[in-house]
Design a protein around this ligand. Sequence first.
Ligand code: ADP
Length: 209
Amino acid sequence: MRLVFLGPPGSGKGTGAALVSKRLGVPHLSTGDVLREEIRAGTELGLRVKGIVGGGGLVPDEIVNRMVFDRIGDAEAGFILDGYPRNVTQARDLDLFLGERALTAVVHLEVPDEEVERRLAGRLVCEGCGRIFNAGHFPPGTSPEACLECGGRLCHREDDSPEKVRRRLQLYHHETKPLLDYYSGRLVEVDGVGSIEQVAEGIMRSLSQ
Ligand code: ADP
């Protein structure tokens, strides 16, 4: 299976892609995760993109294209791309790279802007294990300071501030949404509003149709 997950920031692309990856045994590649890892490790690439990612901008196409193509290689095991492509140029470059190994489907997770803003304002990421929580969903009596899984410190992502979320949403509407037309024949629509389990079921159902 060669899948692309498309949707606004905070739509649950990463969560959905990870679940589908586990269920179908297809490798998951998140360009955002790779970029954040490069930044954390202080590599040359990380230093180059730090300001762009932290500010909610888009990293130049040639950098993300190279990152993705190097990792999917001959694509024999298939892949689930999450956060890529993010504009029509990247989508064309991906099609050229894949040639006859065309995409199986493009999953579009639809979530309204207000819901995105609400989710990202409460999103907390564990510095230790990377698990994601929401400040609004903590069990009664617990405080959203330590990870429920490993006890690590929970932090807000630098690009989750309200101002940067607005910028990311603007970029999504201008740059990424045109991909819905580009991929019109290969699109699978999924309602991204609901519990993680409901959304995951929605994705699995639509992929089996
Ligand atoms: P989200 O989808 O919630 O915005 P991601 O983790 O997918 O978060 O991406 C985080 C950031 O990484 C983006 O705001 C952008 O700066 C950079 N990035 C990720 N993927 C791409 C891409 N395909 N093209 C350009 N920049 C990207």
